[in-house]
Write a protein of this length. Structure first.
Length: 179
């Protein structure tokens, strides 16, 4: 004969353990989804930083190009990455960075491989002036007495798409050089 305690059990322990197991499974799935979201956010931030560094690299390469090469004002026009004032393309237009309107820079040393080479264009904006005189680009501590000639002013715009190709960064810099 069975004891009265054994006869009254109808699977309550099994049902309770299954409910606890269900709750633990839901918590584990929720934790994994949170970890995946954080991984995506971290990856996007890293890709954005890489794109920013590559765009800055393109600007530095443009500065080197202006310093190291024989660049005359006759080189500047309406295409090819060197523009006269007000003829530069719109840096916010996607077509600007996918055409021959810009110069490509071979970039190495970045974490991972960049989706596209960084690009830049240079716009000649005129002769710069000292801080006391009106002008478009003013350079402090520089005037007719400190240099042989007034420096030429340039606007340099660099662009990069980062590693994924979905993150884009644009950097704009103003640069003066005496030629």
């Amino acid at each position: 004969m069975q004891s009265p305690l054994v006869r009254r059990q109808k699977g309550a322990v099994l049902l309770t353990s299954l409910l606890i197991l269900l709750v633990l499974t839901l918590l584990a799935i929720s934790g994994m989804q949170g970890a995946q979201l954080q991984e995506k956010m971290t990856s996007a931030v890293r890709d954005g930083q890489t794109a920013l560094e590559a765009a800055e690299y393109a600007v530095r390469e443009a500065e080197e190009y202006l310093e190291q090469n024989t660049v005359t004002l006759g080189n500047f026009g309406t295409s090819g990455g060197l523009y006269t004032r007000a003829n530069a393309p719109d840096p916010m237009a996607d077509t600007t960075w996918s055409s021959s309107d810009t110069k490509s820079v071979a970039a190495t040393g970045f974490p991972g491989t960049l989706a596209e080479n960084p690009r830049y264009f240079v716009e000649y904006i005129g002769i710069t002036t000292s801080a006391e005189a009106p002008g478009d680009l003013q350079i402090t501590n520089y005037d007719d007495f400190t240099g042989g000639s007034k420096p030429l002013g340039f606007r340099i715009v660099g662009w990069s798409s980062g590693r994924s190709g979905e993150t884009r960064r644009i950097v704009e810099s103003y640069y003066g050089t005496a030629k």
